[in-house]
Design a protein around this ligand. Structure first.
Ligand SMILES: NC(=O)c1ccc[n+]([C@@H]2O[C@H](COP(=O)([O-])OP(=O)(O)OC[C@H]3O[C@@H](n4cnc5c(N)ncnc54)[C@H](OP(=O)(O)O)[C@@H]3O)[C@@H](O)[C@H]2O)c1
Length: 268
């Protein structure tokens, strides 16, 4: 198995390393981590015997497997610095939001490149990642990417890069939509007389229970919704109100706005 180099050990970089260790795909000693400044994550991995570098020029030549987890604004520097150390065998897995495959290929023309869109639940191994590769990517690298990304939750490949922008609008930004619903549930609970702790518990546990039921049930979200909605009942009173205000269509318009914004940001 190729030894991974992780560039950028912040929230996502460290989450990937944690997930891979938990799945026993690698040992800590297999990792070379490049991070500009020491932080809590690098201190932890250093203690466990990973190789930690503070500069990209300290990386060995002929990189085999590189996971790019720096912020998009740092991408140019990182890609330029690693370029001389890459070749046709180098596998580059980028989680940088909005950095297109073409932008990476312009600096790493010979490398096998996979661009991914993970989401924040990856940090607790309940993430959703969608990924797309360039024409150089081998079947072996696609398999490895599926294993690496699958270690953080669920993952699937798309062949058209525009679907990465579509995934950004659904699963990338999605956790924020769910937190928005949690906030509304919590506020509703408070207004109906529950105290803060009770409102928090009601909102969180309702979302968690419903998500788990959805995951475990063979039925569609629509069917599950209809099942808890008896005609003339309490749920129907709320759902009728949502339907009158066109809530579902407004939400879908929001998702489309996120998709457009992802396309715009990718062109900058
Ligand atoms: N968080 C998410 O939910 C999410 C979802 C999808 C995609 N992503 C993508 O994941 C990437 C990482 O996000 P994050 O939240 O993990 O960011 P982060 O916590 O800021 O981690 C990035 C780390 O990279 C370091 N770094 C910057 N330039 C470097 C260089 N030249 N060499 C070595 N290290 C360098 C940064 O150090 P300094 O802080 O000192 O600059 C920082 O510690 C981003 O591109 C983001 O678009 C994140």
């Amino acid at each position: 198995m190729k030894k991974p180099v992780v560039i950028g050990c912040g929230n996502m970089g460290s989450a990937i390393i944690d997930a891979l260790l938990k799945q026993n795909m690698f040992t800590v000693g297999d990792f070379t981590i490049v991070e500009k400044q020491e932080n809590a994550f690098t201190q932890k991995f250093l203690k466990e015997k990973a190789t930690i570098l503070d500069r990209l020029d300290r990386l060995p030549d002929d990189l085999e497997l590189v996971i790019l987890a720096v912020k998009p604004q740092d991408s140019k520097t990182v890609l330029t610095e690693i370029a001389p150390k890459t070749n046709q065998k180098t596998m580059v897995l980028s989680i940088m939001a909005g950095i297109s495959i073409a932008a990476m290929e312009s600096r790493l023309p010979r490398a096998q490149i996979i661009r991914c869109m993970p989401n924040t639940p990856c940090s607790i191994h309940q993430g959703m990642t969608v990924y797309c590769g360039n024409s150089q990517v081998s079947a072996t690298f696609f398999q490895l990417a599926q294993q690496i990304l699958g270690a953080m939750g669920k993952a699937f490949q798309v062949t058209d890069e525009i679907m990465i922008d579509a995934a950004t609008a659904i699963s990338g930004s999605g956790p924020a939509y769910v937190f928005f619903l949690a906030e509304a549930l919590k506020e509703g609970a408070s207004r109906l007389g529950f105290n803060d702790d009770q409102s928090d518990m009601l909102a969180t546990q309702t979302l968690l229970g419903a998500a788990m039921l959805l995951d475990q049930s063979p039925e569609s979200p629509g069917e599950l919704c209809r099942r808890v909605t008896s005609p003339g009942g309490t749920t129907a009173a709320a759902l009728n109100r949502f339907a009158e205000s066109g809530l579902k269509e407004e939400l879908i318009k929001g998702f489309k706005a996120a998709f457009q914004r992802s396309l715009e940001l990718g062109q900058k």
